[in-house]
Ligand binder design. Structure first.
Ligand code: FAD
Length: 471
């Protein structure tokens, strides 16, 4: 009999709840386990940056399993069809996995677990992705969800965190099947095809690299995290989000590495990990989070369906240097600094008055750390439709944001090459250059770089009145 560990966004061999439980089960019942990944056709239709990174991470995990002599099988198809195929080929005793608490994953988990149970196959699902699951942190007064982050965080901080689950690699290997041949050659071919379509070169994929990076961040940069995290021109954040998203790094391992230190940097970092839990909880409690505004009064805002503007924003050609730099970083690297995510999201929703769902979808295609709950949380925060405690009148001014967080324009110049020679004095307002100055800095406004596509002051007034009407 085979015990299946179904890997989904947890591509690691240590501090992995479902894997540890499967190993204990194998030991007790004298069984062997096999890893499985379901290659879902809905995610292979168009390989954008996000999918490219994800599938190359899966390939790296597959390679590691082969090196360690651990059975890991990729099967392509809809979830139920995959389990139907697997159970026809193997005598499956139980399926272990780390569950999804919201979104598409939750729906899929329910369908699969109902199907398996009908076939008399045991299903063991565990909390693993968050430090605290969706229902763990509750208000003391009436045991409901916290609507606002600050009191949530106070409670979250006081609750003991789950320990690291250390599983010796020796144990993982000992209980693994030693299957030499794939059980589905067609799926292998499908996956090879997908990998061939992936054309990015990513550095440092996988669990070992994730741990190395986390250690380096904690040792070298965490102490200044509280001061540097908002400055996009320095590497002030951990850049661990793609590893957390793919599960190459366990959030428990990361938390305990950080919590050993007593510094303002460590404290601020821990608070960011709590945001991740918070949005996971909001999404689980409000399943329509991705489709609907959390605050019902803002459900029918008169969004502007201007495709041309949307395209300008996507391409980083709005004429606002900081916004354009952020979007170009995203398009090039599949990652964007948090301050820039806030600025670009505020710009799309407040300056262009374009529906936040358009931005959310665009980020989904591009972000290698794409996470349904955190992304939606961030977008609804920027659009003032979510759980933010500050009311709708938070409208970022892209120019003053840039002056504050990128005073010399070094971040802007890194990503917007046309502005490379523009003097510091004009870097946040290049259209203010005289004709001579434009020529001297090799940047003709309207030709090399666009003039501002909107008047921020006017747009601010418009958006404020739109929100005010509904408040
Ligand atoms: P660090 O500053 O080093 O933070 C450490 C970790 O804390 C991050 O890796 C992340 O897991 C968590 N974290 C930090 N800030 C947040 C936050 N505001 N919300 C939730 N978790 C947070 N994060 C994603 O992981 N996936 C997304 O798809 C995503 N989309 C976003 C969209 C918008 C519009 C906004 C404003 C924010 C979004 N974030 C998202 C949150 C945040 O921008 C990223 O987590 C962060 O930039 C990742 O870089 P880092 O690992 O260097 O972060």
């Amino acid at each position: 009999d085979t015990v299946i560990v179904w890997f989904r966004r947890d591509f690691r061999l240590n501090d992995h709840t479902a894997l540890q439980k499967a190993i204990e089960y194998c030991e007790e019942h004298d069984k062997k386990w096999m890893g499985l990944f379901q290659l879902d056709p809905q995610f292979t239709k168009k390989i954008d940056l996000h999918h490219d990174y994800f599938f190359q991470t899966v390939a790296e995990f597959q390679k590691r399993c082969t090196e360690e002599d651990i059975s890991f099988q990729i099967m392509s198809g809809e979830a139920i069809d995959v389990f139907d195929k697997v159970t026809k080929k193997l005598n499956v005793d139980a399926v272990f996995y780390n569950k999804d608490e919201a979104g598409y994953g939750k729906k899929r988990d329910k369908e699969v677990s109902d199907w398996l149970k009908e076939k008399d196959i045991k299903v063991k699902a565990f909390h693993d992705y968050y430090l605290h699951g969706a229902t763990e942190i509750r208000t003391k007064t009436d045991n409901t969800m916290y609507q606002v982050f600050t009191p949530y965080y106070k409670q979250w901080r006081s609750v003991q965190k789950p320990s690291v689950i250390n599983t010796a690699l020796k144990e993982v290997k000992k209980h693994s099947e030693k299957r030499k041949k794939s059980i589905d050659a067609e799926s292998d071919k499908e996956f090879e095809k997908v990998i061939k379509e992936c054309n990015q070169t990513w550095k440092a994929l996988g669990e070992k690299s994730a741990l190395k990076r986390a250690k380096r961040f904690v040792k070298e940069r965490m102490v200044d995290y509280d001061e540097n995290r908002d400055l996009p021109y320095v590497v002030g954040t951990s850049k661990l989000s793609p590893y957390l998203k793919t599960g190459c790094l366990s959030v428990r391992t990361l938390y305990h590495m950080v919590a050993e230190h007593d510094s303002k940097g460590a404290e601020t970092y821990i608070q960011e990990l709590a945001w991740r839990d918070f949005y996971g909880m909001v999404h689980a409690e409000f399943p329509e989070f991705r489709d609907k505004e959390y605050q019902s009064k803002y459900r029918n805002l008169p969004w502007n369906n201007d495709k041309e503007r949307l395209q300008k924003w996507e391409d980083g050609k709005t004429g606002f240097p900081i916004v354009d730099a952020g979007m170009r970083q995203l398009n090039k690297e599949g990652w964007m600094h948090n301050r820039l995510r806030m600025i670009t999201a505020s710009f799309l929703t407040k300056d262009y008055l374009i529906d936040w769902r358009e931005g959310e979808k665009y980020f989904e295609q591009k972000l290698i750390d794409y996470d349904e709950s955190s992304n939606t949380g961030g977008w609804q925060w920027a659009a003032s439709t979510g759980t933010d405690a500050v009311p709708y009148f938070r409208v970022f001014n892209p120019t003053t944001q840039a002056e504050r967080f990128d005073p010399d324009g070094s971040y802007i110049k890194k990503y917007v090459k046309e502005l490379k020679e523009v003097p510091k004095k004009y870097i946040h307002n290049p259209s203010k250059m005289s004709e001579d100055e434009q020529e001297e800095s090799n940047c003709i406004i309207g030709e090399d770089y666009p003039s501002p596509s909107v008047n921020h002051k006017e747009q601010r007034q418009t958006v404020l009145s739109v929100y005010k009407e509904r408040t």
